[in-house]
Each structure stands twice: as C-alpha cells, then as structure tokens.
Design a protein. Structure first.
Lengths: 113, 113
C-alpha cells in the first residue's frame, strides 16, 4: 500500500517556465512533508518542507503548497533552470512515528534550455 | 552539507556472503536511518536508531540487522546477501535544532551476484 504517491514518473519543462511536481498521500496522520532533490550517484538533498499547520512555504524559487483536505502537495519551481534537472522525491512523516519518512516514487524533472 | 560518510561506496559480492555497510556522522545527531532505493519504489526505510544501542525496524527490515555502539556510527549488516538485496543504500541522520528533517549520505551501491 503506497501511502505517498508521485503519479508522474517524468516531467519536461522549458527553461524559464514553471515546473509543478505533484504528490498525493493517503495517511491522515502525516503532519510534516518534505521535498528532496537527487542527482545521479549522489544522496538526496533536502529542498523544502512544510508543516501541516501551514498551506504554503516559500524558499527562493521553490514553493510548496499543501492541501490537507485533498491530501495533496505540490512543489513549484519558478523560474526553472537547467540545473534543476534531477529526480524529486516527496516524503511524509507522522509525529508519533519516530521521524520515519515515507517516500514517493520520485519524478524526474528535465529542464530544457 | 551534513557530515555524513558511507563506506564502502561500491561493493560487489556473491550470494550467501555477509556484508556490512558503515555510516559515519560528525554532527552528533541522535537519529540515524538506513534506506534502500530501488526503481519504482523511491526510498524505503530498512532500520533506524534513536540512540546508542536503541534501534527499531522499518518497512523492509527482513534480511538486515543493524548496530549502533557509538553515536557517530550506524552499521547495516546483510547476514547472507541475496540478489534481491542488490540496491543503492543510503544513510540519513536527523537531530539538532531541526529534528524533523533528515540529511542523507552519498550512498553505497551494492551488487549481489
């Protein structure tokens, strides 16, 4: 049972445009959500997070939106740059689960010049 | 970058042999985690530790054991490696001021023949 799902395995965007990566979850106990970026042959790098008490969090070109009623979160990258090309993972945790993260399958973003 | 190293970075072994992977941190963080990454599955938690000698199972713990005798080191052991354990293994840590966010090591690529 996949508690965190990223239904788009890949996404291609033109440089300068907006990239929108989506993530859905099923467990209503999740209260903290994170996005990680991963380049080939490297470990995942933390990008941005959001607590369930918020519906939006921004950090530079990256914004995460959380819709609790729909159990959906999205990552917006504006403007997209070729260096953003990577695999993006969303992850979720529940307060009473010892910090364990449940990851989605990942979305490979390709930003074309 | 968080001070996390993993060794070895690459390993080829034969079915039935024992294998130990090491994760070393210099951040003095309380929590340490082992994940495996496989195509189509994202990252899945194998075992985690919430202190010296305190460990617990994750989502895919069968065939794996862990030990943590010092804060800085978390060992993952495959007692008798199988081809299904061919994967990329990532260690992560969390703690300090931001206990919710995990920071990952560079990974170990393991091939079991």
């Amino acid at each position: 049972d996949q508690q965190v799902k990223q239904n788009s395995p890949s996404l291609s965007v033109q440089e300068g445009r907006i990239s929108i990566l989506n993530c859905d979850y099923t467990n209503s106990m999740f209260d903290y959500f994170l996005w990680y970026k991963k380049y080939p042959a490297e470990g995942p790098t933390f990008l941005i997070s959001i607590s369930s008490i918020k519906d939006k969090n921004e950090d530079g070109r990256f914004t995460v939106f959380l819709n609790k009623s729909a159990k959906h979160l999205s990552l917006h990258i504006v403007p997209s740059q070729p260096g953003d090309s990577a695999v993006y993972f969303c992850a979720a945790s529940a307060y009473n689960q010892g910090g364990k993260l449940i990851f989605g399958q990942g979305t490979e973003l390709s930003v074309k010049p | 970058d968080a001070g996390i190293t993993q060794s070895p970075r690459h390993k080829v072994t034969e079915t039935g042999t024992p294998v130990t992977l090491r994760c070393h941190q210099t951040e003095n963080h309380r929590y340490m985690y082992w994940y495996r990454q496989d195509p189509g599955h994202g990252l899945r938690l194998i075992h985690y530790s919430y202190g010296v000698k305190d460990t617990d199972k994750g989502e895919v713990s069968d065939g794996y054991s862990v030990s943590r005798s010092k804060t800085e080191d978390f060992l993952l052991t495959l007692e008798s490696a199988t081809s299904s354990q061919t994967s990329v293994y990532f260690c992560a840590i969390s703690g300090g001021d931001d206990q919710e966010t995990q920071y990952f090591g560079p990974g170990t690529r393991l091939l079991v023949l």
